[in-house]
Design a protein around this ligand. Structure first.
Ligand code: IVH
Length: 667
């Protein structure tokens, strides 16, 4: 191909990819299959390889992360990045409303927008002529860090807007979603690194990395929530500004509501308090903003914050209880983790009787002792945690928490590597490690073997019926029935569930094997690249390391795994039992749900949550988490949650499990 011709084709591919990114990331409504998209993308990569002089910084291929930096440059913000005034109670919200009316000299109800306050890191993003030019942290509000290269790795943030004439300076919040956070921490704990305390710290820590390729792996996300200066002459409200930003292809904050008068604001806050734990992102409050932009101008700013907005912050829910003991638990990879045993205490919807303390450093940081009255907090967080203790309640007989010297399960000597915070049991035959490996194998995201839980696995290993992962496939009903509390019916059900697991998707099997650092996302990437396990087993470390989202550390762990005879043996055995070890052929079979967006709520009779999601996707549909106007169907099971109410409110078609099966031609 001649350069002229390549240039034209490259241009065309970039436009198409940008458009499909918008459909996929912003509208959550893709028009083409992943395979078709990959094809376009690969063609662009290959043309850019042939004609490197044609690569431009706004090409969609430039999202994988550039070269590492020595340090961040400073950026002076043209307009200061302000903060928000905070309140924790509704009286102050009412006071805010009164003040606004007084300053504006109006009597009628004010229209407000009520938005989630994203618990992340404030950033500024600048586009010139539709092209992303700058990403910066807030810093002290006047001067921040230039983190353009890091921000570019955020998949939902376009390098180019859908309108190439726009100059715009927007503000938003970078965050890490709950699942990514949990997975990142799991991997950090596996490698003896300190886990992040919460998704916000994880996002902040990730943005500070100097190597954009490392940032790309952190899977950060972003919500744009404002413009630093109004630039749309035809728009008169904040709400419509956000709408316009979305049309430009930006990842604009979701779940913003309009409210007229302060009572509606308070209603909106209350209804969000119930929904917020279902979201993939963390919120620490709500932001209430006057909707009319001419009012913004009239109200102006104080030195610190705009007068037209206020943040209502949720109080972290806390409880006090006794720390009865600290036990040490051995994980799948031998890491020994301290776990706090608490006098059961009820907090924000559930009873808490134990919680992880992560590592000895954390215990030292908290300064807690056994017998202390500790403060447990649940801040819309995934996991409750101990945040401190009451020093005035100390009697003097509290017991220091000492690190163990021998494995609490197999009694072999524990080791601590010099640059790790973790303590490890390095006996791979330690029964605790075997149990954890099997628990991991059977868990929901992995082989999803219902009925094979922690307690039963423990008994099966202790009785010797199960010695390793493979041996669960040779379990006999008589063996199961000899276990306390296992009847005929539950034993048969379990055998059936084990049998069913053989047909799980290949990427789930890869994840289930428990290869160090290979979380569910990495497993998906690997399964796409290497269509069967033999190809993966033979992959060279360098090739693995060059895959986007993998890198050298994971690559080495994968090759180590396959170089270990015991693991190869396990895979052979699993293959012989008929466990799926290759990707299914794509694009075969009917797609009755093509393009439909479907939400599931409540528990179903015939499917686990994961099974129904997989089924929807395999039939061409999109399984999404939250109900919106764009949702086509809500499948309603037993005890449906708030998604059901939302569906009714928005007039979205609700169907039963049976009706769903009819839809896909089952029955
Ligand atoms: S509007 C002039 N909207 O909260 C400041 N801020 O505590 C306008 N934040 O630094 C901010 N979610 O980064 C706004 N929906 C939202 C937000 C939000 C999170 C952050 C923001 C700001 C901080 C202030």
């Amino acid at each position: 191909m001649k350069e002229e011709e390549a240039k034209k084709r490259i241009e065309e591919l970039r436009n198409r990819i940008n458009y499909h990114n918008y459909r996929y990331y912003i509208l959550a409504d893709p028009e083409i299959s992943d395979e078709k998209y990959d094809e376009l993308y690969r063609e662009l990569v290959s043309l850019e390889e042939q004609f490197p002089q044609l690569i431009t910084p706004d090409s969609p291929t430039q999202k994988v992360g550039g070269e590492p930096l020595k340090e961040f440059k400073s950026v002076r913000h043209e307009l200061p990045m302000l903060s928000l005034d905070n309140t924790y109670n509704f009286d102050e919200i009412r006071e805010f409303d009164r003040r606004i009316k007084e300053l504006l000299g109006v009597n009628e109800d004010i229209e407000y927008t009520v938005e989630p306050k994203i618990d992340g890191v404030a950033v500024r993003v600048v586009y010139e002529k539709g092209v992303l030019k700058l990403g910066a942290t807030r810093g002290n509000g006047i001067v921040g860090d230039d983190i353009t290269e890091n921000i570019k790795t955020i998949k939902r943030l376009p390098l180019k807007l859908l309108d190439a004439t726009i100059d715009i300076d927007v503000r938003g919040e970078v965050f890490m979603d709950r699942n990514t956070f949990l997975e990142l921490n799991e991997i950090r704990e596996e490698s003896g690194e300190k886990p992040f305390a919460n998704p916000r710290n994880a996002a902040a820590g990730s943005l500070k990395l100097l190597d954009p390729k490392e940032v790309a792996k952190r899977n950060l996300d972003l919500f744009i929530h404002s413009v630093s200066r109004q630039i749309f002459p035809d728009i008169s409200t904040h709400f419509d500004t956000l709408k316009r930003l979305r049309k430009l292809g930006l990842p604009v904050i979701e779940n913003n509501a309009l409210a007229t008068g302060i009572n509606e604001v308070i209603d909106a806050i209350n209804s969000w308090d119930k929904l917020r734990e279902e979201q993939r992102y963390m919120t620490d409050g709500m932001v209430i903003k006057v909707n009319r932009l001419d009012f913004h101008d009239k109200l102006g700013n104080t030195a610190k914050a705009p007068r037209w907005a206020i943040a209502y912050k949720f109080k972290a829910k806390q409880a006090r209880t006794e720390l009865k003991d600290v036990i040490f638990q051995v994980g799948r990879t031998g890491i020994v983790t301290p776990v706090a045993i608490l006098k059961p205490v009820f907090l924000a919807g559930s009873t808490i009787s134990r919680t992880t303390l992560h590592n000895m450093d954390e215990i030292k940081r908290l300064g807690i002792k056994i017998g202390d009255t500790v403060v447990v907090e649940k801040g819309g967080d995934v996991i409750p945690k101990i945040v401190g203790y009451e020093s005035s309640y100390r009697k003097g007989n509290e017991k220091e928490i000492l690190p163990p010297k021998i494995c609490p399960v197999c009694e072999s000597k524990l080791v601590k590597l010099p640059d790790e915070v973790a303590i490890r049991c390095i006996n791979i035959n330690c029964p605790a490690q075997i149990k954890r490996r099997i628990e991991h194998f059977a868990e929901r995201n992995a082989m999803d073997i219902r009925g094979l839980g922690e307690e039963l696995i423990s008994k099966l290993v202790d009785t010797g019926f199960v010695k390793d992962i493979a041996s669960i496939y040779t379990l006999k009903p008589e063996e199961l029935m000899s276990i306390e509390r296992m009847g005929k019916k539950s034993s048969e059900n379990l055998i059936a569930a084990i049998e069913k697991s053989k047909d799980r998707d290949y990427f789930r099997v890869l994840y289930a094997l428990g290869i160090r650092y290979v979380g569910i996302n990495t497993a998906k990437i690997l399964a796409k690249k290497y269509r069967n396990i033999d190809e993966l087993a033979e992959a060279k470390s360098d090739d693995l390391a060059s895959i986007e989202g993998v890198g050298p550390k994971i690559a080495e762990s994968i090759t180590d795994f396959f170089n270990t005879a015991r693991n190869r043996d396990l895979i052979e055995k699993l293959k012989n039992f008929g466990v799926r070890m290759e990707s299914e052929k794509m694009e075969s079979g009917p797609k009755p749900l093509k393009g439909l967006k479907i939400v599931v709520t409540g528990s179903l009779k015939n499917y686990s949550r994961q099974e129904i999601k997989d089924l929807i996707e395999s039939m061409g549909g999109h399984s999404t988490e939250s109900v919106s106007k764009a949702t086509d169907y809500v499948i309603v099971g037993e005890n449906p949650g708030s998604k059901y109410e939302k569906a009714l409110k928005l007039n979205i078609k609700t169907i039963s499990e049976e009706e769903f099966e009819k839809l896909i031609g089952k029955n």
